[in-house]
Design a protein around this ligand. Structure first.
Ligand SMILES: [Zn+2]
Length: 279
């Protein structure tokens, strides 16, 4: 599932195709993805300009010139392709925007959302509704923003008796972290995924906050590199994950101590860790 860095990479890839450009045509292939799509979505987008693109947690937020916001969530299996000639739409291509070029030298861009499992979502609503939006309200601070710190982490984890790994996945505490970067951040902080969240204080909180920031930054950098250096033949945005230390590496040697990486299931999700390096 795309987490903060992958969503940031998608946003960065969309900027040159969308920002300042007009929607010439919108194709909506279904009435629903995870939830029903907004009424008259295609009509409401046609002729509108994108003024600015942003991201909040795992959502891409695309501002329109009529003070509405197009929200995109990629769910479990969603991906975006950018074409410069009209694409043949496949069975799982549920949504497409045809963007008018800014000038003669620029090609028309076709932005396609593919989502086989349909856990993704698109919403369109007034910017003024953002603070009360069901997915955005109550979301914790951005881990790469100024509001996030060791003190914030300590404050939101205090008194929590569940494992720290589960707390990191809670979007109300911190935005944008999923299974991959929770495992990675805990590894670099030397903290067991099983440790009670409420015991994260002092140096541990400092190490964990710093690890969260550094794993996310490294992944965003890797995503940016992949955008520049690995143009995908089918137009897919190539957000591959940077080299991971523990996630998905069960049984392989820990990069620090060479002990085999272990895995355990917490709340139905796999955690990866080194039992020697993480206490
Ligand atoms: Zn180790």
């Amino acid at each position: 599932m795309p987490e903060l860095p992958e969503v940031e990479t998608v946003k960065l890839a969309l900027v040159p195709a969308l920002q300042g450009r007009m929607v010439r045509h919108a194709h909506v292939g279904r009435k629903d993805l995870r939830w029903p799509l907004p009424e008259n979505l295609a009509e409401r987008l046609t002729g509108r300009y994108f003024t600015q693109l942003g991201r909040r947690g795992k959502y891409v937020l695309m501002m329109l010139d009529n003070a509405e916001v197009l929200l995109l969530h990629l769910g479990m299996s969603g991906s975006i392709r950018i074409h410069q000639t009209p694409p043949q739409l496949g069975k799982h291509d549920h949504f497409m925007l045809e963007m008018a070029p800014l000038h003669d030298q620029e090609p028309t861009s076709y932005i396609v959302l593919n989502d086989p499992r349909r856990f993704g979502w698109i919403d369109l609503f007034a910017e003024s509704e953002m603070p009360n939006h069901k997915l955005l309200s109550g979301m914790g601070p951005e881990p790469l923003g100024n509001e996030f710190s060791a003190a914030h982490l300590r404050a939101v984890l205090r008194g929590r008796t569940g494992p720290v790994k589960n707390a990191l996945l809670n979007q109300q505490l911190i935005a944008g972290i999923g299974n991959i970067y929770a495992s990675e951040a805990l590894f670099y902080a030397g903290i067991s995924p099983r440790r009670k969240a409420g015991t994260i204080a002092g140096r541990r909180a400092q190490r964990l906050a710093a690890s969260i920031v550094s794993v996310l930054r490294a992944a965003i950098e890797a995503g940016g590199t992949s955008l520049r250096d690995h143009v995908q033949p089918g137009g897919e945005i190539g957000y591959f994950v940077q080299r991971l230390a523990v996630y998905g590496r069960a049984g392989q040697p820990c990069p620090v101590c060479a002990e085999p990486v272990k895995t355990l299931v917490q709340s139905g999700r796999s955690s990866f860790y080194c039992s020697r390096c993480q206490g």
